[in-house]
Design a protein around this ligand. Structure first.
Ligand code: ZN
Length: 249
C-alpha cells in the first residue's frame, strides 16, 4: 500500500515574530511535525497561511489523505473560501488533525457547530495526559499517561459536541482537567482533536506526542468503509410495486 499522504498546515506567525518561539521551532512548527511524521513513514508536505490560497489549492487537497492544522494568532486571516474547500474534502473522506489552539480555527468550529471555547492559562504547568481508551489505535505505544513538564493549561468546559471516542483526558498542576484527545466523524471524514502544542514549549519535539500524531494520522486516513458510500436515488433490493403515480423514476 502507498504511504499515507499528509499535508501539515501551519499559520506560521509566532515563529516569525518571536525569538522565544523561533528558538523552539526554528523552521516553524510545521517543519517539526512534518519531519516527525516523515520519520515514521508518512509522505509529508507543508503549507502555510502566507502561501497563495494558504497552500491549500484544490490540487494539494486532492492529493492529501490527512491534513493537520495548527493555528492561533491568525484564525481570522484564513479565507472563508479555503475553509469551505477544506470542509468539503473532509466530508468527502480526507482526515483532519486539529492541534492545540486550532480549537478556535474556522474549520474546526464549522465542523463542530459549537463555539469550541475553553479556559486557558499560560504558566508552564505540568500536564498529565491520561489514556482513557488504551485499545484505541490513537493510543498505540503509549503507557498509562504522557507527562509534559511544561504546558499551557486548557480547562473544561470545552464547548464541543460529545466526542465519538475520548482517547485522552488531561490533568494540570493547577487542578483543571480537559478532554485532550477527541475523535469525531463528519461525512466520510475522520477528525482528531489533540490538545498539546503551545508555541513556546517544545511539545512537538516530545517522542510520545510525535507517536500520538502519527497514530492520529494513521487512524484518520481515508478508508473504503461501505457505510460512507455515496447516497442518491436508489434501486430497490426487492421487487416492489412502482406503479403508484407518486413514484419517482
Ligand atoms: Zn497555546
Amino acid at each position: 500500500m502507498d504511504a499515507t499522504r499528509v499535508t501539515v498546515w501551519n499559520e506560521f506567525v509566532h515563529e516569525q515574530e518571536s525569538d522565544v518561539v523561533a528558538e523552539v521551532y526554528p523552521d516553524g512548527i510545521h517543519a517539526t511535525i512534518a519531519d516527525a511524521l516523515a520519520e515514521r513513514g508518512f509522505e509529508t508536505q507543508t503549507a502555510t497561511l502566507q502561501e497563495p490560497e494558504h497552500g491549500l489549492t484544490e490540487e494539494v487537497l486532492a492529493e492529501t489523505d490527512v491534513l493537520t492544522w495548527w493555528g492561533h494568532a491568525a484564525h481570522d486571516e484564513v479565507d472563508d473560501e479555503i475553509v469551505d474547500r477544506v470542509k468539503e474534502h473532509v466530508l468527502d473522506g480526507m482526515g483532519l488533525l486539529v492541534l492545540h489552539s486550532a480549537h478556535f480555527s474556522k474549520i474546526f468550529r464549522s465542523l463542530m457547530g459549537t463555539t469550541c471555547g475553553l479556559k486557558w492559562r499560560e504558566a508552564a504547568e505540568r500536564e498529565r495526559l491520561w489514556v482513557i481508551e488504551p485499545s484505541h489505535p490513537i493510543a498505540d505505544g503509549i503507557d498509562d499517561c504522557i507527562e509534559l513538564e511544561e504546558a499551557e493549561m486548557y480547562g473544561e468546559r470545552f464547548d464541543v459536541p460529545q466526542p465519538e471516542t475520548l482517547v485522552f483526558n488531561s490533568w494540570f498542576e493547577g487542578g483543571e482537567v480537559f478532554r485532550s484527545g477527541c475523535t469525531y466523524r463528519r461525512g466520510a471524514g475522520k477528525i482528531f482533536y489533540f490538545r498539546p502544542g503551545h508555541e513556546t514549549y517544545p511539545i512537538y519535539h516530545d517522542e510520545d506526542i510525535q507517536q500520538v500524531l502519527a497514530n492520529g494520522v494513521e487512524w484518520a486516513a481515508p478508508s473504503d468503509d461501505p457505510a460512507t458510500s455515496s447516497g442518491g436515488n436508489s434501486d430497490p433490493r426487492e421487487r416492489i410495486d412502482t406503479s403508484d403515480e407518486r413514484t419517482v423514476h
